[in-house]
Structure formats: C-alpha cells, structure tokens
Design a protein around this ligand. Structure first.
Ligand code: ZN
Length: 287
C-alpha cells in the first residue's frame, strides 16, 4: 500500500487556523496577546485532574486516562466521566458533556464561563480577567474573536467525532491503524482518529458531514471557516474536502484545533472547484 501525506490537505486546514489566529493578532495585538496569555497561564496552573479531585471527582487511573462518576447523574459502572491528563480534556460518555478544565468547572458547579474562570483564577491566586486597562471596544472585539475561534474548534471537534464514527464501516482501515501504525484501540478512541469515507459510489453527493454539522444551529452559515468543505457557491451545497483519508486530529485543552488527512489506496483523485486561501478568500481552482 502506498500511504502519502497530502500536503494540500494538511496546509489548507493549517492555514485556515493560522490565518484566523493571524487576523486576530493583527487586529488588537497586545491586548489579544494578554488575554491569550491569561487563558494559557490559567489552564497551565490548573491541572485538570487536581481541579477535578478538588471538585469531588472520584476517578481511578486506567492507562492514560482516569475514569469516574459524573456529578450530573448516577451510573452503574461509575466510570462514565473520563479525564485525559495528556490532552487536559474530559468527556462524560453518559451525558456527552466534554471540554477543557474551564468546561469541567462549569459542569460541576452548574455555573457560567466567567464564574468558572474566576473560580480557577482564585484557586491559583491569579487576578480575575477584566481587571485590566482594556477599553470596552477592545474587550468586545476580543470576545468576538475568541468566540469565533472557539466556534471553529467546536466545529472541528464535532467533525472529528463524525470521522471517528465512520471507522465502524471500514474494518480494513481499522486493521491498518492497528497493524501498520501500531495504534492500540484505546489510543484510536482517545485521540478520536477517524476516516473520511471516499464517496466513491456517489461522487456528486453533497457532504454527509456538512449535513451532520448543520443540525447544530450555531454552526449554520459558519461551516466554511473549518476548511473542511469544497463548494461551487459559498452558500452551498458543500462537498467533502477529505475523501478516503485517515484523519488525525490535533488536540489542545480538550478541543480539536487542527487536523490532517493521510491518503489511502482508496483516496479518489478528483478535483474540487473552490477553496479558501490563507486569508480566508474564496478561490476558484482554474482561475
Ligand atoms: Zn455525565
């Protein structure tokens, strides 16, 4: 088998993310950096497992994860809330709540984002965010930029869950991941490695992934920000960018921030009509 890294697929997504981060940084430079630094420092100082235990989590270690009870409901196994210290993320397989350490505090304390953030700040003796000299306009812009970035990460995370679920239909790809790549089944599940179906039988099909994501109201009109779709018209319909490729996600703070696709022997060699460049501008392939 010939497995190659498709440079276009990789850099495309990477550039989408980078250009978004780049735009954010240019717009409000120093204050943005300050707030990013604030979140980075806050999360760095609040290691997720120690925060969880402080909130009453009772998980026990199992491989690279911890398994314990969810505070929201009873459980027969007592193992539904899983925390991965390696990626500083968590997921309850019963109620499907998930995210980073801030989301974990929100989950345990049934509070909003700012309350959870302040709880973590108090815990490590950091000042609360907002106690700075930022103007109201800068703060508003910053929150909007952060919200858009969070939205893209949420869309990528949902997409990666979908790619992972597709593996069930492709036992040969599963065998290749365990045989060739030597990934254990636990790692494949933990990292949510997945597969983009080749769409060989129906090359003109619109994207099942797009249809899946569009069931989530907040994603409507935003799918192109992910770089996961091709299109003739920006308003749709959308076609899958990745076809017949293994999908490797990159995780940060419990969310997918980037992903790459590796070609397989069943990767179709078709052309797409449009794509977004690193500035987010729409380009036509033949122009
Ligand atoms: Zn739960």
């Amino acid at each position: 088998m010939n497995w190659v890294l498709p440079s276009k697929g990789c850099s495309h997504i990477e550039q989408t993310i980078k250009s978004m981060c780049g735009q954010t940084t240019q717009k409000i430079d120093k204050e943005t950096t300050n707030i990013m630094d604030y979140y980075t420092e806050l999360k760095f100082k609040n290691e997720i497992l120690s925060v969880a235990y402080g909130l009453g989590y009772n998980g026990t270690s199992s491989g690279s994860s911890c398994q314990g009870e969810c505070p929201k409901h009873g459980s027969d196994s007592g193992k539904c809330l899983v925390i991965w210290p390696g990626i500083q993320g968590w997921h309850c397989y019963h109620c499907d709540a998930k995210g980073d350490v801030i989301n974990l505090v929100e989950h345990y304390k049934s509070c909003d984002h700012a309350t959870a953030r302040n709880y973590l700040a108090d815990r490590v003796k950091m000042p609360h965010l907002g106690q700075s000299k930022m103007s109201a306009e800068e703060l508003k812009q910053l929150k909007e930029d952060q919200a858009e970035k969070d939205l893209v990460f949420n869309m990528l995370t949902r997409a990666v869950e979908w790619f992972h679920a597709q593996l069930d239909n492709f036992p040969d790809i599963q065998d290749h991941l365990t045989g060739h790549y030597k990934f254990s089944k636990d790692i494949i599940k933990e990292l949510q490695i997945g597969f983009a179906p080749p769409d060989l039988n129906h090359p003109d099909n619109t994207s099942d992934l797009a249809n899946h994501l569009l069931r989530i109201p907040e994603f409507k009109g935003k799918l192109l920000l992910t770089g996961l779709f091709n299109f003739n018209d920006p308003s749709g319909p959308y076609y899958n960018y990745f076809k017949g490729r293994i999908i490797f996600p990159f995780w940060k703070d419990g969310k997918v921030v980037d992903l790459i696709g590796r070609a397989t022997t069943i990767t179709p060699q078709d052309k797409y009509e449009c794509y977004t460049d690193k500035e987010g501008n729409i380009k036509w392939k033949n122009s």
